[in-house]
Design a protein around this ligand. Structure first.
Ligand code: HEC
Length: 132
């Protein structure tokens, strides 16, 4: 039983790592970001030219505090919070396109932020799995 759970967790971890890096295309993400996000969030690399009171996307931003699963939910408007003004991209972008954008955003983060966020993303997946 325990061994089964351990194998499941290992399979999940392997799955999240591989499938994302194989599937996501940061270059495609860059053009999706430019067309859909940049007017509000500013340049992804520097966070410059963001609209007032909009979180920026560069290494100074805090998106790396969120797991992939959470970021996808924020972008699709499934995670609501009081005072939210960001439009939902549900039905406008596919999940694959959102993952491409995330891959592009990550390419602008320093290694420590990427490592922290990769770990948070794995924990999030395991949590989702154990909550079902
Ligand atoms: C019309 C302006 C606007 C557009 C377009 C927009 N956002 Fe946002 N976004 C915001 C604002 C403002 C917030 C802060 C929360 C709020 O007030 O809704 C936010 C918050 C976020 C957050 C959570 C905070 C953070 O820093 O992690 C993420 C992630 C995010 N946006 C990603 C995106 C992505 C990816 C796109 C393009 C697909 C996008 N946004 C398009 C305005 C926008």
């Amino acid at each position: 039983m325990l061994l089964g759970a351990a194998i499941l967790l290992m399979a999940l971890a392997a799955c999240s790592g591989n499938s994302e890096s194989e599937r996501s295309d940061p270059e495609r993400g860059a053009s999706i970001y430019a067309a859909n996000c940049q007017t509000c969030h500013g340049e992804a690399a520097t966070g410059q030219q963001a609209s007032p009171s909009t979180p920026t996307r560069g290494p100074e931003g805090h998106s790396w505090h969120h797991a992939d699963g959470q970021l996808v939910q924020i972008i699709f408007g499934r995670l609501q919070f009081p005072g939210r003004t960001m439009p939902s991209f549900e039905g406008k972008l596919s999940e694959k396109e959102v993952l491409d954008v995330l891959a592009y955003l990550k390419s602008n983060w320093p290694t420590e932020q990427r490592q922290f966020q990769a770990e948070a993303s794995e924990n999030w997946l395991i949590l989702q799995e154990t909550n079902q």
